[in-house]
Design a protein around this ligand. Structure first.
Ligand SMILES: *Cc1c(COP(=O)(O)O)cnc(C)c1O
Length: 397
């Protein structure tokens, strides 16, 4: 997945266009630009790639999730259903708007369990946020059916799954709104950046205005623009967008490299007794950003993790003990360690978390090992890695 591996002359050229004309901001300054609109161009490229009508670039993936929720009207007191296994950005974005994160179990897809989602729906539920973790996806048909039945939004955080698809649709383009990150470890990078995608024109207009202080972007005098509603600044800079523009053009090449490396590792591990793989829903194709597999239990998963470390096999994790991705270690959330007061509704929601257990999530996360697929490995390196992984697993289970 890491965008930090592959960049060079193409990125430099796009960036130099921006530096040469000196307009580092994506809006305004029309006369000075010499025709360069990197953020707009990147939005157009992404719109083609995602087969989606509207794309709004923003400053990060976390901003993308925040802007997506805000654009669809999610706010104070609304409940947003999210998975126990994700990145901390999910609840950060929800809480920033005063909404209440409702955490529910994952299943063997390593994303939201539709049954757990349905059980968690209340009259206050406004959105279900599926997080397409580690390059794959949830059962989108089932999730969509639940959202339609209960008339709630389906928000897709596809930050880790760019290039994956489901029934022919790019991940991120299936829900009411989709979110992407272009931070430094994602498949393509801007340094920092993100995108909200949607086919809903009014959500898009909301995202466009909200991410730029409420500016309506009508006319070509920024200072004279109206602000129909309140906004914030989640803008991407023209410098970041320029890097992303070079990167997005290489995305098919990056996905192909991920697929090649993933396939070598998977075929080797598939021959090891006791190893099984995460479920990819029918009709789905992963982005190949990670290879995820299960061992029979937590104890053996920990042993294999340890054996990987001792044999120099890096970028593989058992997320059960991970600080960033799994609820077990989110004490700052459970204990409400906020710099500023939190609303009583959100507090009440978080208090419930302290006494909730997630046995089903523990069952899957405890047995899982998740290996990042790098793009800079040579074929020989991947093959050596595969045989070392096989040996390490065989010797520890
Ligand atoms: C990276 C990531 C984000 C946040 O993206 P940033 O650009 O780092 O803010 C959100 N959700 C998931 C699943 C991610 O992996």
């Amino acid at each position: 997945m890491p965008g930090f591996e592959l960049f060079g002359d193409l990125e430099r050229k796009e960036l130099n266009d921006v530096l040469d004309n000196g307009v580092l901001m994506r809006y305004g300054f029309d006369g000075m630009r010499k025709g360069h609109w990197k953020a707009k161009e990147l939005e157009n490229e992404l719109s083609d790639f995602f087969k989606t009508n509207h794309v709004q670039l923003v400053s990060s993936g976390t901003a993308a999730v925040t802007v997506a929720l805000a654009s669809a009207g999610v706010g104070a007191g609304d409940e947003v259903i999210m998975p126990t296994f994700t990145f901390v950005a999910s609840f950060e974005a929800i809480m920033m708007l005063g909404a209440i994160p409702v955490l529910v179990d994952i299943d063997d897809t390593l994303t939201l369990d539709p049954k757990a989602v349905e059980t968690a729906i209340t009259p206050k539920t406004k959105a279900v946020m599926v997080v397409q973790m580690c390059g794959s996806m949830g059962d989108m048909n089932a999730l969509q059916a639940i959202c339609t039945k209960h008339n709630v939004l389906l928000i897709e955080d596809a930050c880790q799954a760019i290039g994956g698809n489901y029934n022919g649709k790019p991940l991120g383009s299936i829900g009411d709104l989709g979110c992407f990150s272009f931070d430094f470890v994602k498949t393509i990078t801007c340094g920092e950046g993100g995108a909200v995608i949607t086919n809903n024109k009014s959500y898009y207009i909301n995202a466009d205005h909200y991410s730029d202080h409420g500016h309506d972007h009508i006319g070509n005098d920024r200072g004279a623009e109206a602000h129909p509603f309140l906004g914030y600044n989640f803008r991407i800079s023209e410098l970041h967008a320029a890097v992303g523009l070079a990167q997005v053009r290489r995305l098919p090449e990056f996905i192909a490299i991920q697929k090649k490396n993933y396939t070598i590792l998977r075929e080797a591990l598939a021959r090891v007794p006791g190893v099984t793989f995460r479920k990819v829903p029918k009709g789905g194709e992963e982005s190949y950003a990670f290879l995820n597999f299960f061992l029979p239990d937590l104890d053996r998963a920990r042993k294999v993790s340890e054996a990987f470390k001792n044999n120099g096999i890096d970028v593989c994790w058992n997320y059960f003990d991970n600080n960033w991705h799994y609820i077990r270690k989110w004490d700052h959330l459970k204990n409400q360690k906020s710099l500023f007061p939190i609303s009583s509704e959100v507090k009440a929601g978080l208090e419930k978390l302290q006494n909730t257990t997630f046995e089903q999530s523990d069952h899957y996360i405890g047995r899982n090992i998740s290996c990042l697929i790098k793009m800079s490995w040579t074929e020989a390196e991947v093959k050596l890695r595969a045989s070392k992984m096989v040996d390490a697993i065989k010797s520890s289970i």
